[in-house]
Structures are given as structure tokens and as C-alpha cells.
Design a protein around this ligand. Structure first.
Ligand code: GLN
Length: 444
């Protein structure tokens, strides 16, 4: 990690940034003990507030967890400390990970450092902006549907969602378990490669974590694109309207050809692309509803009074979740309802499988797939909405294919329009992060 900064320096800069960015839920006053040597020795790190930190407030930006102090560290927190990093703050997010704007956070919206009137994107928005503004070199978030890669695109940083199962999720407040992936933000590809070495690996506390070998990615980096076959996801790019973003991507294509890469056009039927959003919504909301049934005010978190146990739960959940999250629980419950399960939840799972098969086909003869990450610049806070159920184009949601399939996927800065960043998305076959970082190094 280049650009070293002390814990105190980072802490003070984070405090100072709050007035403008509002990126944080809590800041650590004191440095906690961590190893003095290691791959991340002395590196100040910010964590999304859905990552359990022993003795430190962990709210997931939800009122129902506003006073929740975990009694244990998530596995990745232990790993970071063992590698010498120090945790310096917990970052704002869309409540429980639900949202793509970071407007839906208990502490209010996070602001984009390139234009404070614009969203950071979400749900890992706080994490994105503390790296984008150069305060910390590394922040850890989660990506269920694009929650790292979209904010990375809006704020001009590198955002990585590794393969599903690469990084332990033990101690992470879940959203949708079949999609949730731990990932992170950095300012460059080399740091991104190093971070995975530290974070990845099997954890017996998380049965979905993989035994797949973790490599020394930062030592293996090879930016040589000669003969590399790179898919260009035409279906997505053709759907993008912004001429400057399109031109930026075409310039990248030129650059890649000049470096000896072979570009291969890739398409997926639009009927399939249009299924991404409804399938995602059905699965994510159903799994979220099940996962969050433990947030009842009884076991932990904020409790409201009531005449009976049922009333305590109802009152706690009514007061503890925003109406937006409650709306999602209604959708989730509806599709899990016994009468509806076959025609909604199970059907969505079947279509997911179909989409993953079609997606896998695209990767048969390529090393990686490139697409425009987000079709627009970061929207204005006033104009953005998460309740855009009908009108959104699949160019907004295509990165969710990376969660359906579990494939490693990352966002890389591509250019600027009117001073605002836009980005490219790179996805590779499962557990081929080494290839992903090589290609990213060549693109960067
Ligand atoms: N915007 C998507 C949602 O609202 C993705 C969020 C995420 O990846 N956590 O669910």
C-alpha cells in the first residue's frame, strides 16, 4: 500500500471530513492493538458498519441496531489486525445494505466528494468516499447486488467483489445470503491485489467460505495484455446513452487493442437482461426477510415496549426499520408465502440459474468480460431514488449478474465528465482473481 498515513492522521482527517461527506457512523478515538509487522502494517482501514467489531458500535445504519455493540470481531477484522492494519472508523451504508444511493442510512445521506450535491452510490457509500477523498487507502464493504462496484464507479475508485466464498462472512450482518460477498475499495489495482491476500481464505466459522488456494496476488501482477481475450459486453454498452461515457469506453478498447489484446463482442438476449432486476429483487428481498427475522427487539438491538412478546416484536420492528426496508420485507414475505413460493421465489431461483448458464457461456472463450459499469454519472441526491422499480434500464443492474453467478467482478475508474468520474466493470471466471487483477493492471 503506498501513501502511508498514521492512525491519528487518518482519524483526524476523517473527523474533519464528516461535515462535508457524512460518510461515517463512528470513529475510533484510540488505535486498537494490531501487529506491528505484516502486509498491511500501519495501514488505517475503514469498515462498513455491517461488519461486527468487538466492543464497538455496529449499526448497519439501521435504527433497530442503533445501540448494538458486538461481543466478537468478524473474521476479517481479526485478519486485518493480524496483518498490521488498524480500524479507524465504521462507515455509513444504506440501511442493512438495502439500497443503491446511501440516502437510506440512519445518519443521513453520504455525499460524493466530487460534487457534494450528488450521491455516493450505495450501499457501501461511506466506504467508497473515504477512499475516494484520499483519507484512507483501503475500506471494506459488502456487495450483494453491486453495492461496492456501483459506488466505486460514482466516486472514481477501484471496487472489488471477489468470488462468492473467497472471503469469510463470519461476523457480517447478512442481507441476502446467496448473494452477499465481502469486498473492498482501494485507489489502485496493486493495493486491491494485496488486500485480497490478507482477507481471503477458508474460515471454519463460515461454511460457505472456500478452500480454494489464496495466491500472492500482488506479487503475481502482470499487466501484459498480449494475446489476452477480452469480451466486450455489447448488450450493456449499447444500452448506455451518455456519449462521453461511451467514447471513454471506446478509447479504452483502442488502448487494449494497441496492447495486443483480442476483443470479442459478447451479447445476451435483452429478454434475459430485463429479468435481472425482478429476479434480484425477488431473491434478495426474500432472503433479507428471512435473515432479518432475528431483529425482533428481543435478542438484541433496540426494543420497544409492548403488552405481549408479539407486541414487543411488532413495535420494535415497526419503529426500528425505515418504511423502505419494511416495504422490502413485505415483498420478501409475499414471495415466501406458501401459496406464492412456487410461482415467485422458486421461479426466481430457476430464472437465476438460466441467467447464470447464459452468463457462463459468455466466458467460454475469453479471459474476462468488460462493460460500462454504470450508465450515468452519480445522480443528484435530490433526484435519486431507490424506488425506481419500473423505469430502470438493465444497464443499471447488469453487475448483479456477478452476484447471481458468484463470479469475481471489479470496477475500475475510466474517465471524467464535467469533473465527475465514470468507470468500467471487469468480471472473470470463478476464483480467477489472479487473471482479473492482471487484466485490471493492463487496463489501469
Ligand atoms: N442496490 C441493490 C439493493 O438495493 C444492491 C445492494 C447491495 O449490493 N447491498 O439491494
Amino acid at each position: 500500500i503506498h501513501e502511508q498515513k498514521s492512525f491519528q492522521e487518518a482519524r483526524d482527517q476523517l473527523k474533519e471530513s464528516q461535515a462535508a461527506l457524512n460518510a461515517l457512523v463512528s470513529i475510533y478515538e484510540e488505535k486498537e492493538p494490531s501487529k506491528s509487522e505484516g502486509k498491511l502494517a500501519g495501514v488505517p482501514v475503514v469498515l462498513k458498519d455491517n461488519i461486527n467489531t468487538k466492543g464497538h458500535l455496529t449499526t448497519a445504519s439501521s435504527k433497530i441496531l442503533e445501540n448494538y455493540v458486538p461481543v466478537y470481531d468478524a473474521t476479517i477484522v481479526k485478519k486485518l489486525k493480524e496483518a498490521g492494519a488498524s480500524i479507524v472508523a465504521k462507515a455509513s451504508m444504506d440501511e442493512l445494505g438495502m439500497g443503491g444511493t446511501n440516502r437510506n442510512a440512519l445518519t443521513g445521506p453520504v455525499h460524493n466528494p466530487y460534487d457534494l450535491d450528488r450521491i455516493s452510490g450505495g450501499s457501501s457509500g461511506g466506504c467508497a468516499v473515504v477512499v475516494a477523498s484520499g483519507i484512507v487507502p483501503l475500506s471494506i464493504g459488502t456487495d450483494t447486488g453491486d453495492s461496492i462496484r456501483k459506488p466505486a464507479a460514482y466516486t472514481g475508485v477501484v471496487g472489488v467483489k471477489p468470488t462468492y466464498g473467497r472471503i469469510s462472512r463470519y461476523g457480517i450482518i447478512p442481507y441476502a445470503s446467496s448473494l452477499d460477498t465481502v469486498g473492498y475499495f482501494t485507489t489502485n489495482v496493486a493495493d486491491a491485489a494485496l488486500a485480497l491476500e490478507v482477507l481471503a481464505g477458508r474460515d471454519d466459522h463460515d461454511m460457505t467460505s472456500s478452500y480454494e488456494e489464496v495466491l500472492e496476488y500482488s506479487q503475481l501482477l502482470n499487466a501484459d495484455l498480449e494475446g489476452k481475450r477480452i469480451g466486450i459486453f455489447k448488450t450493456v454498452n449499447e444500452e448506455v446513452k451518455d456519449p462521453i461515457i461511451k467514447a471513454g469506453f471506446e478509447q479504452l478498447e483502442e488502448k487494449l487493442r494497441a496492447k495486443g489484446a483480442i476483443l470479442v463482442e459478447k451479447r445476451m438476449p435483452e429478454q434475459y437482461m430485463n429479468l435481472i432486476a425482478p429476479v434480484y429483487r425477488t431473491i434478495a428481498n426474500a432472503e433479507a426477510t428471512a435473515n432479518h427475522s432475528n431483529l425482533d427487539g428481543i435478542r438484541f438491538g433496540r426494543r420497544e415496549n409492548g403488552e405481549s412478546v408479539d407486541a414487543v416484536m411488532t413495535n420494535s420492528r415497526t419503529a426500528g426499520f425505515s418504511s423502505y426496508v419494511r416495504a422490502r420485507f413485505v415483498i420478501g414475505s409475499y414471495s415466501l408465502f406458501e401459496e406464492n413460493q412456487d410461482k415467485l421465489f422458486r421461479k426466481a431461483q430457476k430464472i437465476r440459474r438460466l441467467l447464470v448458464r447464459a452468463y457462463a457461456d459468455l466466458f467460454k472463450d475469453i479471459d474476462g468480460l468488460l462493460a460500462i459499469a454504470a450508465p450515468t454519472l452519480a445522480p443528484k441526491i435530490k433526484e435519486s431514488s431507490d424506488l425506481r422499480f419500473q423505469e430502470a434500464s438493465f444497464a443499471e443492474d447488469h453487475m448483479q449478474l456477478g452476484n447471481f453467478s458468484g463470479y469475481p467482478s471489479m470496477t475500475l475508474p475510466l474517465g471524467f465528465e464535467d469533473g465527475l468520474p465514470f468507470a468500467v466493470n471487469l468480471t472473470c471466471r470463478p476464483f480467477e482473481e489472479e487473471t482479473m487483477f492482471d487484466l485490471a493492471d493492463g487496463i489501469e
